[in-house]
Design a protein around this ligand. Structure first.
Ligand code: T3D
Length: 260
C-alpha cells in the first residue's frame, strides 16, 4: 500500500514505521491516521515480529495538526476526532502481539507524546523532549496521556507535567521512569534498530504474553495476577519457541526462535 504521510519498511521481521511530515514536525492529520490504519493492517498481516516507530526530520510527532483546527468554533469536534482516530490508533498499537518500540528522535508533543508512551519500549535521543502541550491550548491530555502518565511517573509528576506543560528532556524522562533509555542523538537509529532486530529474533509469542502480564500487573490484585501468570504460562508452554528454547539450553547452543 502506498502512503503519503508515513513510510513503512519491512525487513528481517522488523517493520519500521516513520511518521513523515517533517515540515510540520510529523503532526497528525486525517490522512496520517488513514495511513497509520493501513500500515498497522500490513504489520498485522503476517511475518512482522517487531514494530519500530520513529519520525522523519527533527521531530518525533507534534500531536494533532493545529492548522486543521485553527479558528474552530463549530467545526471538528475534538472528542469525536479522538473516538474516530486517536483512540483506535492507541488501542491497535497496544493490542499488537509483538514488541513495539518508539525511537523518539525529537520533540514528542501532545498526542505525539501519548503515541510514544503507548509503545512497549521507548528510546529517545538526548536532545529530544516530551511535552504535554494540551494545557497551552485549553485541551486535556488525550490519546491515553492521562492513563499512561500517572501509572508511569506517579500522580505528582503527572499532574505537574499536564498542568504546567513544561518540556521534559529525554534524560529526565529516563530518570523518572517514563522511558526505557536516552541515547546520544547520533546513536539513536542504530540502537533502536539493533533492539528491534534482537526482539524480532526472540520468542515473540512469549514476548507478547509478557506484555500482557506486565500491563495487567499494574492494576490486578496479587491473587488475580498469580492466576493470570498461570494461564499465560500454559499458553507459552505450548509454543514451538518454548520447546526450542529448552532444547537449545540443554544442547548448549543459541536458540533459533521462529515466533511460533
Ligand atoms: O482535535 C483533535 O483532534 C483533538 C486531539 C488533540 C491531540 C493533540 O495532540 S492536541 C496538541 C497539539 N500539539 C501542540 O499543541 C504542539 C504545537 N507545537 C508546538 O508547541 C511547537 O511546535 C513544538 C514545541 C512542538 C516545537 O517547537 P519548535 O520551536 O521546535 O518548532 P516550531 O517552529 O514551533 O515548529 C516547526 C514547524 O512545525 C512550524 O511551522 P512553520 O512556522 O515552519 O511553517 C510549526 O507551525 C509546525 N508545527 C509544529 N507543531 C504543529 C505544527 N503545525 C501544525 N500542528 C502542530 N501541532
Amino acid at each position: 500500500m502506498a502512503f503519503s504521510t508515513i513510510a513503512l519498511a519491512i525487513s528481517d521481521h522488523v517493520a519500521t514505521l516513520t511518521l513523515n511530515r517533517p515540515d510540520r514536525l510529523n503532526a497528525f492529520t486525517e490522512a496520517m491516521h488513514e495511513d497509520l490504519r493501513g500500515a498497522i493492517r500490513e504489520v498485522k498481516a503476517g511475518g512482522v515480529r517487531t514494530l519500530l516507530l520513529t519520525g522523519a526530520g527533527r521531530g518525533f510527532c507534534a500531536g494533532q495538526d493545529l492548522t486543521d483546527r485553527a479558528g474552530n468554533t463549530a467545526g471538528a469536534d475534538a472528542g469525536s476526532s479522538l473516538e474516530r482516530n486517536y483512540n483506535p490508533l492507541i488501542k491497535s498499537l497496544r493490542e499488537l502481539e509483538m514488541p513495539v518500540i518508539a525511537a523518539v528522535n525529537g520533540v514528542a508533543a501532545g498526542a505525539g507524546a501519548s503515541l510514544a508512551l503507548a509503545c512497549d519500549l521507548v528510546l529517545a535521543a538526548r536532545s529530544a523532549y516530551f511535552l504535554q502541550a494540551f494545557c497551552h491550548i485549553g485541551l486535556v491530555p488525550d490519546a491515553g496521556g492521562t492513563y499512561f502518565l500517572p501509572r508511569m511517573v506517579g500522580q505528582a509528576r503527572a499532574m505537574g507535567l499536564a498542568l504546567l506543560g513544561d518540556r521534559l528532556p529525554a534524560e529526565d524522562a529516563e530518570r523518572w521512569g517514563l522511558i526505557w533509555k536516552c541515547v546520544d542523538d547520533d546513536k539513536l537509529a542504530a540502537e533502536a534498530g539493533a533492539l528491534a532486530k534482537k526482539l524480532a529474533g526472540g520468542p515473540t509469542k512469549g514476548l507478547a504474553l509478557i506484555k500482557q502480564a506486565i500491563r495487567a500487573g499494574v492494576q490486578n490484585s496479587l491473587d488475580d495476577q498469580l492466576a493470570l501468570e498461570a494461564r499465560l504460562q500454559s499458553v507459552a508452554n505450548k509454543t514451538e519457541d518454548f520447546r526450542e528454547g529448552v532444547t537449545a539450553f540443554v544442547q548448549k547452543r543459541p536458540a533459533q526462535f521462529k515466533g511460533r
